[in-house]
Design a protein around this ligand. Structure first.
Ligand code: 5GP
Length: 210
């Protein structure tokens, strides 16, 4: 049966990961982002079921006990996890799936699915990262320092990923990400998997032709 490819995309907060993934989805068909569960508070503008499934800690812990998560982790102060049945259903339907998760989740996914494709997005400089993390206006210096420390801690895992994209010029970074997905789709084993009937038809013998 044909099945989709699993992508892991990680980045420190402030590297532009979410915008890049959104641009990728606008450009390519057959690829979706998995909606994670989280115990963190909803931010203004976020929609339950779209950005995340927002749940309380008791619900999250029940899901952990039931084995509902493909991977889960405590990221800074909150729990985040990827629903196993949701991802499996999309992959089985032939959809490529993107997991926007942290390095701890990425490790768990690699263990279970070694052919998942992993990408780390880096900001172009420390200054640019600091600027992105300060932009929310109302935050004090201590909060911004904490975000910088968290970002540096996430970035220290960049070399556990197969692909690294530096998000300097947005269009260039988007092209790199799109190019990566397209290249993956042309891999022999993926083509064999997805294009079985075509390959059979192309290779069937014609009488009189060797
Ligand atoms: P935020 O709260 O800013 O949306 O996300 C904070 C961090 O949690 C980001 O690094 C993001 O990649 C990570 N994250 C979001 N969803 C998941 C998930 O399902 N699993 C794991 N392991 N990390 C996640």
């Amino acid at each position: 049966m044909s099945h989709g490819t699993l992508y892991i995309v990680s980045a420190p907060s402030g590297a532009g990961k979410t915008s890049l993934v959104r641009a990728l989805l606008a450009q390519l068909d057959g690829i979706q982002v998995s909606v994670s569960h989280t115990t963190r508070m909803m931010r203004p503008g976020e929609v339950d079921g779209l950005n995340y499934h927002f749940v309380d800690v008791a619900t999250f812990e029940r899901m952990v006990e039931r084995g509902d998560f493909f991977e889960y982790a405590q990221v800074f102060d909150n729990y985040y996890g990827t629903s196993r049945p949701a991802v499996q259903a999309l992959l089985a339907a032939g959809q490529d799936v993107i997991l926007e998760i942290d390095w701890q989740g990425a490790r768990q996914v690699r263990e279970q699915m070694p052919d998942a494709v992993s990408v780390f997005v880096l900001p172009p400089s420390r200054e640019a990262l600091h600027e992105r993390l300060s932009r929310r206006g109302t935050d004090d210096a201590a909060t911004i320092d904490r975000r910088m420390r968290d970002a540096i801690s996430e970035m220290s895992h960049f070399d556990e990923y197969e692909h690294v994209i530096v998000n300097d010029d947005f269009d260039a970074a988007r092209n790199q990400l799109v190019g990566l997905v397209l290249a993956e789709r042309s891999r022999l084993e993926r083509v064999r998997d997805r294009q079985g009937p075509l390959i059979q038809a192309l290779l069937s013998r014609v009488e009189g032709v060797e």
